[in-house]
Design a protein around this ligand. Structure first.
Ligand code: MCN
Length: 795
């Protein structure tokens, strides 16, 4: 029974139940009299719905009900809302077409839900779903963004001309034109940021229940932000008052962004539960997830970097097409704009930046945040371009970065694109990475590989990200339609045990451990005596959930603030009990003491006195020891780092082997080094997945998702990875209570660029300056074959 503090690495509290199979996920929940739901989904990417005949399905064995979009419409159900609006450079707000939870007149992507079948069992519902006769009139789909913007393209939404949701820009175009005019060299690149399909271990699921006696709904859902689901769904889709709606997101088996949105299935099930007056459950299988979960990335970009004769950056110009898919998802338009362009300065002094983004509708699955969300895309553009500039100017890739890097004493650093970095030491990260990765020995390793007939390459990427979403005022200026603060309640029980109710959501990040460490450190309460409660709108005060690596930075800060209030109240109680002045009471290692004396009261004694107030200052203090705090950050936090990757490519097969990966990251004060290392591991592997394996591919003619299963969508496996070397180099954040910065997305942000830079470096002898992601063996084999069909061993 000991307190465990900040910087220690206890084993994760939550793993006891996960590793012993006792986690309680939505799919594990069984309510009495529960029916099962199966969605009827469009097989077409683009089609008119001429009619939906549900008669046969309604007559099938075990069927309870069948509902269509038209019925929900007739009942006044609203469209799925967008939580973030953007405005075009012409001052026009983005086009925001209606998104009915079940399609009404038209389907806009394969998998668009058209009807829902409710039956006694999932098998019965599935059999009946086949009997729902939808008369579609297929239309020509548009998949490519370039095609979608052509005047002749089919329209995904009739009220959105040219399929253009928004023509958005940030920065100073004239200043960048000046930079280009003055430049000694302009490096240019065209690249694709491939579409990703997130695959958390647990697929999405929902159970809705309606309590007739209380006229009250409960929705259990696999969500990263239950309060926001209640806010959006209750307030804007179903018109259920907030106090009549409870959202529970119990154990959730990974999200990575995919579970950060308000989904149609949640609204449909809740509405259905009210109609059939029975609980109803839906559990997606993996195949359904591929055509119903939100997807990520999908940019086409051209960019130019202007440099002077010394290799100093003068200006950056970026033009990006960003795919939204068939509908705007909850945060879709925010990702390729506000979370992308403001990060284009990276860790460099970039005097001028101009970025324009055309946000485009296509007949594909909606695109939204996926781990990193906009920031890996920005890093990829910048770090690929810097490498191209290095090759073209003949300046070494490390040297060109150092020449342009913001030095530690230049923080706080105002970029030309909104954000002001509060703290950092990119040069320190880079120097450490150079040492840990043994860059001095690389040429010898390259030579040795060449002897074996292999191309060996060294890739470097630096990065900075803005996370800890977000200062509400700034987010509001950028189009957020809600606040982005966080909340925590510290409830001290009469025994001194502590329950923390926190508005974030733990779905793999280890919050039950790290938040308990914060409380244990602050209040001196044994680690085991602290329980972290989250994911239930009836148990926890309003909170914004987990995404944007915000939980520690914003939620942890709210928690520390609430802890401060507990200490202050405890000191007041102690002052009374110890007959001392408040200013004389200090709180040290779990004891309230009269400074300079041996008189003290333990934390548990003070808690007991607060709840059994026989000797208590009732005139000036309420009984009880429970405090709540909300925290709204004043800035983002800006973790950053330097990643080195080494690869070997077999020129005969295109096979690629990752030989080493070194990551030096600055995540501010570290609460739990083991958890941070795990987060970096996971993030880096996700980035490697994007760089080498994963690709969401749609057939251009039919709009079918070709990579719709793990047979075609290739996830990284342990045996394809080297042992990762994680080596922190931290500077404390200047404005968060504990000096912390987020870490949940860092790995995903630095790694795609580091890996592709290594691939391109390996192929340098062939004169290749860019390879698109994913750098699969097939792609590399073709690149090598078209460049020079000889073996490197001959050199
Ligand atoms: N931490 C720490 N010291 C720091 C920073 C963080 O000890 N300086 C700890 C935190 O206390 C927390 C963990 O590291 O336990 C991650 O913290 P944070 O950076 O605040 O990120 P969040 O908890 O807000 O998690 C969100 C982030 C995102 S945006 C995605 S996507 C993501 C990710 O984290 N999805 C994940 N990591 C994931 N990990 C798992 N296992 N599953 C997911 O779905």
């Amino acid at each position: 029974m000991t307190s465990i503090g900040i910087g220690e690495a206890p084993k994760r509290k939550e793993d006891v139940r996960f590793l012993t199979g006792k986690g309680r996920y939505v799919a594990d929940i069984k309510l009495p009299n529960m029916a099962a739901a199966i969605f009827v989904r469009s097989p077409f990417a683009h089609a008119l719905i001429k009619s939906v005949d549900t008669d046969a399905a309604k007559g099938a064995e075990g069927v309870v009900a069948v509902f269509t979009g038209a019925e929900m419409d007739a009942d006044g159900v609203g469209g799925l809302p967008v939580g973030w609006g953007i405005t075009g450079s012409d001052g026009e707000p983005m086009k925001e077409p209606r998104h009915p939870p079940l399609a009404v007149d038209k389907v806009r992507h394969v998998g668009d839900p058209v009807a829902v079948v409710i039956a006694e069992t999932p098998e019965m519902a599935r059999a009946a779903a086949d009997l729902v006769a939808v008369d579609y009139e297929p239309l020509t789909p548009v998949v490519s963004m370039i095609e979608a913007l052509k005047p002749s393209a089919p329209l995904v939404h009739e009220d959105v001309p040219e399929n253009l949701c928004c023509d958005w820009s940030l920065g100073d175009a004239a200043a960048v034109d000046d930079a280009r005019a003055k430049a000694a060299h302009i490096a240019r690149i065209e690249l694709v940021n491939n579409r990703l399909i997130g695959n958390p271990m647990e697929s999405r699921a929902a159970i809705a229940d309606y309590d007739r006696a209380r006229d009250h709904y409960t929705l259990y859902t696999t969500s990263q932000f239950p309060h926001v689901v209640r806010f959006l769904m209750g307030g804007l889709v179903l018109n259920i008052p907030q106090h009549k709606l409870r959202i529970v997101a119990p154990d959730v088996g990974g999200g990575f962004g995919v579970k950060q949105f308000h989904y149609a299935e949640e609204a449909v099930l809740t509405w259905v539960a009210g109609k059939i007056r029975r609980p109803v459950k839906w559990v997606s299988d993996r195949s359904e997830g591929f055509i119903s979960d939100r997807q990520g990335r999908d940019h086409v970009t051209e960019a130019e970097l202007a440099l002077d004769a010394d290799g100093k950056f003068l200006g950056l110009w970026v033009r990006t097409l960003a795919n939204m898919g068939g509908y705007l998802s909850t945060f879709g338009p925010n990702i390729p704009t506000n979370l992308y362009a403001p990060l284009l300065s990276g860790v460099y002094k970039m005097p001028a930046i101009y970025c324009e983004v055309k946000v485009v509708f296509t007949n594909t699955l909606p695109v939204d945040a996926y781990r990193g969300a906009g920031r890996p895309e920005a890093t990829f553009v910048l770090e690929r371009l810097v490498d191209v500039a290095a090759i073209e100017t003949g300046i070494d890739k490390v040297e060109i970065r150092k020449r342009n890097m913001i030095s530690a004493d230049e923080y706080p650093y105002q970029t030309p694109v909104i954000v002001e970095y509060d703290s950092g030491d990119p040069m320190g990260c880079l120097e450490k990475a150079i040492e840990v990765a043994d860059i001095a020995g690389f040429e010898a390793r390259r030579h040795e590989a060449a002897q074996r007939g292999k191309y060996r390459g060294l890739g470097l990427a630096t990065y900075v990200e803005a996370c800890g979403l977000a200062p509400s005022r700034l987010a509001g200026q950028m189009g957020a339609r809600g606040g982005l603060y966080e909340s925590a309640t510290v409830r001290v029980h009469p025994t001194g045990h502590v329950s923390v109710m926190i508005g974030t959501h733990n779905h793999g990040q280890g919050h039950e451990t790290t938040f308990a460490q914060i409380v244990s450190d602050q209040l001196g309460v044994p680690f085991e005596d602290i329980d972290i409660v989250f994911g239930d709108t009836d148990r926890v005060q309003f909170g914004m959930g987990t995404y944007g690596s915000r939980s520690l930075v914003v939620g942890g800060a709210a928690l520390a603030k609430a802890g401060d209030k507990v200490i202050l109240k405890g000191r007041k109680i102690a002052a009374h009990l110890l007959e001392a002045g408040l200013d004389d009471i200090v709180f040290e290692k779990g004891d309230f003491k009269v400074a300079g004396t041996d008189r003290s009261k333990s934390f548990a004694e003070i808690a007991g006195a607060a709840y059994v107030p026989h000797n208590y200052p009732l005139e000036v203090l309420e009984p009880g020891l429970e405090e709540q705090a909300y925290y709204d950050p004043i800035n983002f936090t800006y973790p950053g780092g330097a990643h080195f990757c080494e690869v070997e490519i077999d020129p005969d097969s295109g096979e690629i082997e990752l030989k080493s990966y070194v990551a030096v990251d600055d995540v501010g004060t570290i609460i739990n080094p083991m958890i941070v290392e795990g987060q970096l591991h996971g993030g880096i592997v996700q980035g490697i997945g994007q760089a080498l394996f994963e690709h969401g591919v749609y057939d251009e003619e039919s709009g079918q998702l070709i990579s719709g299963s793990f047979m075609d969508y290739c996830m990284p496996r342990a045996d394809q990875l080297p042992s990762l070397t994680i080596s922190p180099h931290t500077t404390p954040c200047a404005h968060t209570p504990m000096g912390v910065k987020g870490c949940g997305e860092c790995g995903t942000i630095g790694s795609p660029a580091a890996v592709i830079n290594a691939v391109v470096d390996a192929l340098k002898p062939l004169g290749i300056t860019h390879v698109d992601m994913p750098a699969t063996p097939n792609r590399l084999w073709n690149v090598i074959r078209n460049a020079r069909p000889t073996s490197v061993a001959a050199e």
